[in-house]
Structures are given as C-alpha cells and as structure tokens.
Write a protein that binds this ligand. Structure first.
Ligand code: HEM
Length: 506
C-alpha cells in the first residue's frame, strides 16, 4: 500500500506556504508578486508533469490549502463515480466548496439537491417537447430585443451580458411564466442575485478556511441575502397562489406549470421539511435559477467565442446557418421536437466547446469519509478527510482520448457519430454517445455518475434553439483571436467585457 498523502511522488507538496517542485523551493510566494508569473508557469508545468505521471493518482495544491488527489484515467473516473456517499461524499465537498455555510438559506443540502434533481427531471427534462414552444417564443423576443432589429448598420453588444439576459428570460419563462419573464425589475434583481451568489460561492469556497473565509463570507452574505429576499418576493405569490387554488390536484400532469408540479412534489414529501414550505420552495427555486442560468449563460458565451474565432477553413458560421435555416423554415418547425434532432453539426460544435471549456478544471470532488480511510484501486491509501476528484480539463485535453486536443474542431463529434452509425463500434453502442448532453468517462462538463447535471437536456435544447435563431437572423463579425477565459481557483469563466459586432439580416 502506498501513501499519497506525503505527496512525494509528484515532486511538490501542499498544503503550506512553501511550494516544492522538483526539489526547487519557492519561498513565501505570496510576498513576491514580481515572481508571481514565473511561479504560476512553474506550477502549471509541475501539474502537467504530474498529470502525465503514468496515469497514477497525484496531488494538486489548492487556493483553500485543501490538497486534492486527482485520478487521471477513465478507469479511475468510473470507479470514483460509483462509490457510495458514505465512502466518498460529494455533499461534504460541495458544502465547503460552494461556501454553503456562509450563503443565505441553509436548507439541508442533501434533501435540497434531491428535490431539485426530482423537479428538474420530472418537470423539465421529461417535458422538453411540451415546453419548447414557450422556450422558442421567449428566445425569439429576447434575441430581437438584445441584439436589435437594425439591418443597416453593425451594433456593438456585450456578449456575456446578452447571453445572460436571453438565458435568464428563457429560464424564467419556463419556470414562472410570461409575466415574470417580461418583468424587467425582477430580471434585473435576479441577475444581480446571480452575480453576487456566483461571486460569493466562488470566492468563499476557494479561500483558506480560517479567518479569511468567515470575514469575506459575512461581507458577501449581506448583499446576497438582500437580493435573494427581493427576488424571492416576486416568486412567492406564484407559490402561494398554487397552494390556494390547489391547481396541482386538478390538472393533468402534462398541463401543469413548473411551479404547480413542484408544489405537488413538495406537498407529497411535506414530512421532510421543517418550517414554512413556501420559504423552502422560494429557496429551492432561487438555487435552481442559479444552477441553471449562471452555467448556461457561461456555456453560451464560450460557444459563441469559439464559433466566432474558429479557423476560417471550417466555415462554421455558414455551416451552422445552412443546417439551421432549412430545419426551421416555418413557425411550426420551431416548436417541433424533431427539428432540434437534425442539428448534428451544431450539437457537435456545442459538445466541442463544452469539452474545451469545462466550467471547472477539476471536478467530481469527494471527501473520504471512513475513519480508516480508503484504498484506491491502484493500492494507494487515502486517509479520512482527503479530497479526491478528476482532473476534468486535463482528461478533456488528453491527446490519447482526443487527437489534437488544443484545437477547437467543431465537427469532431459529428464525424465520430458518422463512423459509429456507418461502421459500428465495439464499445460504443449508439451514436448518441457523442450527443452534447451525454456525459461519459471522458466528457465531464455536465459531471458524471451520481452527481450528473439533471438540467443538461434542457440546457442543450435551449442552446440549440438560441444559436439557430441567431445564425439565421444575424450576421456577426468574426473575432481575430479567442479571448482567454478567466480562472479563479478551479473555476474558469469567459471574460465579462468582450463585445461583438452584430447586424440583423435583411
Ligand atoms: C450548459 C449548462 C450547464 C452546465 C455546464 C452544467 C453543469 C453542471 C455540473 C458540472 C454539475 C455538477 C456540480 C457538482 O457536482 O458540484 C451540475 C449540477 C446541477 N445542475 Fe447543471 N449545468 C448546466 C445547466 C443546468 C440547467 C439548465 C439546470 C436546471 C434547469 C441545471 C441544474 C442542475 C442541478 C439542480 C444540479 C445539482 C444536481 C446534483 O447535485 O444532484 N443545470 N450542473
């Protein structure tokens, strides 16, 4: 049995304010800002070397001084994803990583996640075909409004803000209906809440846990809680109305609104809740809005950045347009579920962008729970409390899994699909393995195994409808180069300031 906890085989060790790589000690790096870049480059190199450490688990340092053991192969990823919560707990990590203890609304985390999983699966994922007409209508109106109707001149718009508005409106429409999706005051409060909530969980979760985390936690908690209460005051009447009218009991499952279905689910499991059920639901809906909108907006921004800066030889924008235009010839095509299945090149471009830009470079983090620790499949010992996870980004950039991984190749997955359809494949049963929303042991953008994102089918449907509408109705000037994403700890998000030039087509 080998102990990973001494970090020796990686050439560097954590946690402490000394970082040791390949025997070279970098002292007190936080006080040597001039050397920061150099240190960063060395650290990245050391991590890269460790990642190529013959597929063996290795340790990476972390801004919160929580060393993490990374499992760098598909086999280990499969093993990790099947471990029970009592052995490797993802809840324990998420609680700390997302700064849950410092955020407003401390509902029981496990039951919260289970409830969200349930309502997303039953009210969104299973009803995608029914809600597509509403999604389309809101996307159309939101795109027309944010990207403009001027077909004579180019308009400069902020990409990330535009995506955030379109996606907040579409999600709000599906969750709470037309009146709230057109309420600009609510949308403004919601977006501010999402920004504060995102910044809070990102900053608090990556801070050292001692004095800094509680202090920053308290400071960020105040505006986040105010915004949460304000946003909640708009949602609360919808929930109260459903309880009063008892709509949940009268209507058929298919006709019910998202709120009505959630109220019914909560009603059925009411024994699990302590306190006011309406408060509980307000919290759940706001957390769900956060999980849905922040991620999908960032993914949409990444996708457009990739599409607009891809090498011209791919003719990507024109290809996406010539795939979407005949698919959506009439208004009824936009509301038909069959249309979106025809967008194979767009699906491939979306998956490729998700591969290259996972929102976190490391994921599926779990904490070792048993008192005696655990033994990894390669025989290494991990003591209780160790965090273990997947180097998602490194696996997504492994050239044994993805040839030429540094290149954004929009047709990578549509080509692979074709091969499976024409020739079959021993290990891949159907070509849907390469669908944008399909997780696998080498594609983790929506996570994998037990903690896989329940909203992924909804997100991909929304993205396809929105990209189709944009490419059909707008010209956009290409970008000379792909702007770099911003990294903070494990997280990677597209820069918020990027602008693009758009013009409505005649
Ligand atoms: C492109 C967009 C999206 C991406 C990249 C994404 C990614 C992820 C990832 C990586 C996780 C796992 C997080 C973790 O383990 O800590 C997750 C969880 C989750 N996502 Fe998404 N997501 C997206 C869109 C959505 C949407 C649209 C919804 C809702 C409609 C949603 C709802 C959730 C929920 C409720 C969870 C928690 C599930 C659980 O822990 O069991 N997501 N998502």
């Amino acid at each position: 049995m080998s102990r990973i906890s001494n970090y020796s085989h990686t050439g560097f060790r954590v946690p402490c304010h000394w970082l040791v790589f390949d025997g070279a000690r970098l002292e007190n790096c936080e006080h040597r800002s001039a050397r920061y870049q150099e240190i960063r480059v060395q650290l990245l190199r050391a991590i890269k070397r460790a990642e190529q450490h013959g597929g063996r688990p290795y340790v990476v340092p972390d801004t919160a001084f929580q060393g993490q053991v990374m499992l760098p192969t598909q086999q280990l990823a499969r093993w990790l994803s099947t471990q029970p919560e009592s052995v490797l707990s993802s809840d324990a990590v998420r609680r700390e990583r997302n700064g849950i203890d410092y955020l407003p609304a401390k509902a029981d985390f496990r039951s919260s996640v289970q409830f969200m999983d349930k309502i997303v699966n039953q009210s969104l994922s299973r009803n995608l075909d029914l809600i597509q007409p509403e999604m389309y209508e809101e996307i159309r109106d939101a795109v027309d409004e944010t990207m403009g109707m001027d077909n004579a001149s180019w308009q400069e718009i902020n990409l990330s803000q535009t995506m955030s508005v379109i996606i907040s409106r579409t999600c709000t429409r599906v969750l709470f209906g037309l009146s709230l999706s057109r309420n600009h005051v609510y949308l403004c409060i919601l977006r501010l809440f999402l920004i504060f909530m995102g910044a809070s969980s990102l900053v608090i979760g990556q801070m050292p846990p001692w004095i800094i985390r509680p202090v920053i936690g308290v400071l960020l908690h105040i505006p986040t809680a105010v915004l949460k209460n304000l946003a909640g005051s708009y949602i609360r009447p919808f929930i109260e109305e459903r309880f009063q009218t008892g709509e949940s009991d009268k209507q058929d499952q298919e006709e019910k609104s998202f709120v009505a279905q959630s109220v019914q689910s909560a009603d059925k499991s009411k024994l699990q809740f302590s306190g006011c059920i309406t408060d509980y639901l307000v919290n759940q809906f706001l957390f769900l809005a956060f999980a849905a909108i922040a991620t999908t907006s960032a993914a949409a921004t990444n996708i457009f950045l990739d599409i607009l800066s891809v090498e011209s030889r791919f003719h990507l924008y024109e290809t996406l347009r010539s795939e979407a235009a005949p698919t959506f010839e009439s208004e009824s095509d936009w509301t038909s579920a069959r249309s979106v299945t025809r967008l194979t090149k767009m699906d491939s471009a979306i998956r490729e962008s998700l591969r290259m830009n996972p929102l976190q470079c490391r994921g599926l983090l779990k904490k070792v729970m048993p008192n005696d620790g655990i033994i990894l499949p390669d025989g290494s010992y991990l003591p209780q409390g160790t965090w273990v996870g997947l180097p998602m980004r490194a696996i997504h950039y492994d050239d044994k899994l993805y040839p030429n991984p540094q290149e954004y190749d929009p047709y990578r997955f549509s080509r692979l699909k074709k091969v499976v359809e024409m020739e079959g494949h021993n290990e891949i049963p159907t070509s849907s393995y390469f669908d944008a929303a399909q997780p696998s042991d080498k594609f983790f953008s929506f996570s994998y195994g037990r903690s896989v994102c329940p909203g992924r089918w909804f997100a991909v449907r929304l993205l396809k409808l929105m990209i189709s509408y944009v490419v059909i109705h707008y010209d956009i000037k290409p970008l000379s180069r792909r702007p770099r994403n911003l990294s903070f700890g494990d997280a990677s998000i597209p820069a918020l300031s990027i602008t693009i030039l758009v013009r409505r087509r005649k």
